[in-house]
Design a protein around this ligand. Structure first.
Ligand code: DON
Length: 580
């Protein structure tokens, strides 16, 4: 491990930027005009064609979203929900919450057995696991406000992909094979996704039922999904599988425009998603805490850097578990959690030479800071009103409008239940609620009363679609899937560029680690930390658990000369499509 005390900081930055991984590509795809980065090459191509034909970032977003529902069915969706951060070419920002909602007939203890213990299978698979989907309404709202092309035009590429089919990638074939028995259990073997018991790379996946649903959405807009034939098919599936969603839930669903969170980090402005996602609050807390304590010794993946990040993360995730939930249903002390004095109070118990056992870390008194006047009003938590307004995709159009969208069915293939006759999967987002305070969800995340199930409530999310500005201009568009690891992956990606001098592609490729308060260990990707660093961290009291790859970050960086650099994550089939 080089000792950076003896070399100037800028040399240290260059050293780590160049030397952290000799295999990494130096720069991602570059384009002069516009860029689309998504989880699938077909969806990226669709987005680029919309931009080439004169559409803006919102038009490309709608076309990409529906295309992903076809070509990336494990996470792309019309049966799920998500969040969008929009930044116009003039710098006006908005946040769209198209998160799923609990059905009206949901109740607090619906995932507990008669002894009061959680029954995870109920919130993970089948009809009861599904929240009322938000994606279609979200796309309609975004298109109404920002779109320029005809709605119909934006649905056509997805319809064509569903009707004609597309060749699946090697990763998709492996994925469909892995999930075959669970998908077949709920849907039989007559559905498009289960039609073959063994899939190979290059096999064509055709989805005629999904095409028919997309045609109804193309022709009838909102009513093509939340009413009429699609609503009837959803209600039928619910009745057949003992679910709760009915036509009234569908008719009443609406996405919500929210004020995005604004924070500052080293002269940059970071714009991210407010509750019901915990993503923006947690990301801004992490950046604030890190900025207060990081020293020149905190170089990329050094023991000091990992230690400090982990210490910040365990405190932020303890706050998340206590305070975060749906702001329409519970009081979430966002101002308090982001108050500079509060972040300061959470940062300074950290000792650099010793890990704090998570058993001794608890949430902070954010309520006390919630009403406190701001001592440094522009530093963090500057709520800016815009002038009027689990997969991630990032888009920047030729005029400089940017969109950052994370959307999900929750688990891969969501609830595993396809709406028969409508050809799309329902989410299992109900598992993001806290079934019982103190009991972890599928990501091991804990929650409290703030995130208890209630009728019409939105479940807490970690999704963190984010935009970064420098000097009033767009600098970065970033986000990722990954459940509870989303927040720490976005945090690391931003630091990789702003602190460690990496290119966008290097920042995305760099190995990741994750800590979420409980369980009290550092999750690592294979080979993410070198043995000397791990030894030093062990001496400070940290423990490790290696796991599968963390996240699939898709991001765009605006270079100093105005060109756009993509970061497309090689952990998946993620692909950049640029326009010159
Ligand atoms: O909203 C959330 O935080 C989760 N439902 C996201 C799930 C996710 O990222 C799964 N992808 N790996």
């Amino acid at each position: 491990m080089p000792c950076c005390r003896t070399i100037p900081l800028f040399l240290a930055v260059l050293w780590f930027a160049a030397g952290y991984d000799c295999q990494a590509q130096q720069r991602g795809a570059i384009a002069t005009k516009a860029m689309v980065v998504t989880a699938h090459p077909e969806a990226s191509r669709v987005g680029r064609e919309i931009l080439r034909n004169g559409g803006n970032a919102a038009d490309a977003m709608v076309a990409v979203h529906f295309a992903l529902a076809v070509v990336y069915p494990n996470a792309g969706n019309i049966g799920g929900g998500g969040f969008m951060i929009w930044r116009s070419m003039k710098g006006e920002c908005s946040a769209l919450d198209f998160r799923e909602k609990a059905p009206r007939r949901a109740w607090r203890d619906m995932f507990l057995d008669s002894a009061g213990n959680p029954v995870p299978s109920l919130s993970l698979e089948g009809a009861l696991a599904a929240g009322v989907p938000g994606s279609v309404d979200g796309m309609i709202q975004a298109h109404k406000r920002y779109g320029t092309m005809k709605w119909r035009t934006l649905l056509e590429p997805a319809i064509a992909l569903a009707q004609r089919g597309f060749p699946i990638t090697a990763k998709q074939a492996a994925d469909l094979n892995e999930f075959h028995s669970r998908l077949a259990k709920w849907n039989g073997t007559e559905q498009a996704l289960t039609a073959r018991s063994v899939w190979h790379q290059g096999d064509t996946l055709r989805q005629p039922d999904l095409a028919a649903t997309l045609i109804r959405i193309r022709n009838n807009g909102r009513n093509g999904f939340y009413a009429g034939e699609t609503a009837r098919l959803i209600e039928t599936a619910m009745k057949q599988h003992n679910g709760l969603i009915d036509k009234t839930d569908l008719a009443q669903y609406s996405s919500r425009w929210r004020t995005p969170l604004h924070g500052t980090y080293r002269n940059h402005t970071v714009i991210s998603m407010p509750p019901p996602s915990s993503g923006g609050v947690a990301l801004l807390q992490l950046l604030s805490m890190w900025e207060r304590r990081a020293t020149k010794d905190c170089t990329f993946h050094s023991a000091d850097a990992v230690h400090l990040m982990v210490e910040c993360e365990r405190r932020v995730y303890a706050d998340r578990a206590k305070w975060l939930g749906d702001p329409d249903a519970v009081r979430v002390p966002v101002r308090g959690l982001l108050h500079p004095a509060y972040c300061e109070s959470r940062t300074y118990p950290i000792r650099m030479n010793r890990a704090t056992p998570s058993s001794t870390v608890t949430f902070g008194n954010a309520i006390e800071f919630d009403t406190m006047p701001q001592q440094q009003p522009n530093r963090i938590d500057k709520m800016r009103r815009e002038s009027e307004q689990t997969t991630h995709y990032s888009i920047v159009d030729g005029s400089g409008n940017a969109v950052s969208v994370t959307t999900t069915l929750n688990a891969s293939y969501g609830s595993k239940l396809v709406v028969a006759g409508a050809g799309f999967l329902l989410n299992n987002e109900m598992d993001d609620f806290s079934a019982k305070p103190g009991s972890p969800n599928m990501y091991g995340l804990l929650g409290s009363e703030a995130n208890a199930v209630a009728p019409g409530k939105r479940m807490l999310s970690s999704m963190t679609p984010t935009v970064v500005e420098k000097d009033g201009a767009l600098k970065m568009v970033v986000g990722t899937p990954g459940g509870g690891t989303i927040i720490t992956s976005v945090f690391q990606t931003i630091l990789n560029v702003l602190d460690f001098g990496m290119t966008m592609q290097q920042a995305v490729e760099a190995k990741r680690f994750h800590h979420q308060w409980l369980p009290d260990w550092i999750y690592t990707e294979e080979n993410s930390l070198d043995s000397a660093t791990m030894l030093e961290l062990s001496k400070r009291g940290h423990t490790f658990k290696q796991r599968e790859p963390i996240g699939r970050v898709d991001a765009i960086l605006v270079l100093p000369d105005g060109r756009l650099e993509a970061g497309a994550d090689p952990r998946g089939d993620d692909t950049a499509a640029g326009l010159d």
